[in-house]
Design a protein around this ligand. Sequence first.
Ligand code: 13P
Length: 248
Amino acid sequence: MTRRVLIAGNWKMNLLRAEGEALAAALAAKFTANGSADMLVCPPATLIAPVAAMLEGSMIAVGGQDCHMKESGAHTGDVAAAMIGDLGGSHVIVGHSERRADHGETDATVKAKAEAALAAGLIPIVCVGETEAERDAGKAEAVVETQIRGSLPEGATETGVVIAYEPVWAIGTGRTPTTDDIAAMHDHMRTVAASMLGGAGELRLLYGGSVKPGNAAEILGLADVDGALVGGASLKAEDFLAIAAAAG
Ligand code: 13P
């Protein structure tokens, strides 16, 4: 069993073209595969093409932040999974808590989007995570289990999907769960996913939520943490590279 670490950057709704190109160029200039970590950046849809062009020939992959559940059609403003692939994307984030909150996405929506991603040949990064109230009520593991059971796409394989655990209260707040809590959650997630996929030894489980250069080594050192989904710190080349370097 060998799971390569995946360090993924979610740029969210940030950066204009020149800024995105400059960030991609800075990453491409400095990131050399260190043997154990893969790097992925997920710019806004408008920047997938120029960022893919800047990253050509580098070891860094590009992906989308969301896709529609349908292959094509009358869905103004939406982006189909195949369109992301068409621009050179290999992955797409689905079910981020900001989309669940801002766009009312349910587990069923997220599952359909993840299935659309698979159909288009992309690897979906399925996001799950509890709110602070749910954690305080002792329901974090139950909530995440329900999300995984409802959001994992049919036909997923261990290597064809990634799950990211992002506690809602840790996103953009500078707060993180304790390493014991992250370890316990990831252990539980792997057990749940294994029961659905028939095994999960090869499945990559990412942690996301206030990952910074200062805490990356500790978090990435946990047995069932196979990478990070990084928001704010992925917008600074130096910080994102330091997080990747912490992967060892
Ligand atoms: P931050 O790293 O800014 O907390 O964001 C995490 C996140 O939402 C990544 O998808």
